[in-house]
Design a protein around this ligand. Structure first.
Ligand code: ADP
Ligand code: MG
Length: 201
């Protein structure tokens, strides 16, 4: 369960201070799929960043499995995140000069998954997004939709319990965006993972 309690986020100081989140509270049960909807500038990305510990809330509590991540030291936040969370962004954030295989390998390296266990996980994740035949292709040679599928493969390869997606279909045509949505919901159902999707529509 993720509990967000009275969370405030203020950017800047004094004259330039801007309150992006003002006492936000809600709860997300494990395995739920949740959409965060709002117009541009309403604080959706900010909320996702503070929920995941990518950025620090100014005050309030963010409890994940009962632990308040705002009380953690940065190192513990980073470890917590790499063990159980993944992200997908609007802008197909992948390493262009690396192969699809190496892009998906990255989170496993960071999490120090033993090398002999990596290959099967990587191929499984690439197969889940129908990119196994592209494993030796460089990411920059993929189409936008394929790149976003690669970002999903990388996000799910280490079996995260929480998947965050920030306007993941925002740069895609409707049909391609639909495929991306289906892949996210399929992961949510198959693994019982929590899915939090930010969208402006
Ligand atoms: P959304 O994702 O809903 O479009 P954001 O969370 O990116 O909105 O931004 C919410 C508000 O916070 C906006 O008014 C934005 O200008 C402001 N904001 C975001 N990041 C910063 C920052 N680093 N410094 C100052 N203001 C910021
Ligand atoms: Mg945003």
């Amino acid at each position: 369960m993720i509990e967000v309690k009275e969370v405030r986020k203020v950017y800047g100081k004094k004259l330039t201070a801007f309150t992006a989140l003002d006492s936000v509270s809600f709860t997300v049960p494990d395995g739920a799929s949740v959409a965060i909807v709002g117009k541009s500038g309403s604080g959706k990305s900010t909320l996702m960043h503070v929920m995941s510990g990518l950025d620090k809330a100014t005050s309030g509590q963010i409890l994940i499995g009962g632990e308040n991540i705002l009380t953690f030291k940065q190192k513990k936040v980073d470890a917590f995140r790499s063990e159980r969370m993944s992200f997908i962004f609007q802008s197909f954030f992948v390493q262009g000069n690396e192969s699809c295989y190496n892009n998906v390998a990255l989170p496993l390296e960071i999490a120090q998954v033993p090398r002999r266990l990596r290959k099967e996980k990587i191929e499984k994740a690439l197969a889940a997004v129908q990119l196994l035949d592209k494993k030796r292709s460089k990411a920059k040679d993929l189409s936008g939709g394929q790149r976003q599928r690669l970002a999903i493969a990388r996000a799910i390869v280490n079996n995260p319990k929480i998947l965050f997606a920030d306007e993941p279909t925002g740069n895609l045509d409707t049909a391609t965006g639909g495929v991306i949505e289906q892949l996210l919901f399929a992961y949510n159902k198959r693994r019982g993972a929590t899915l939090i999707v930010v969208t402006h529509d």
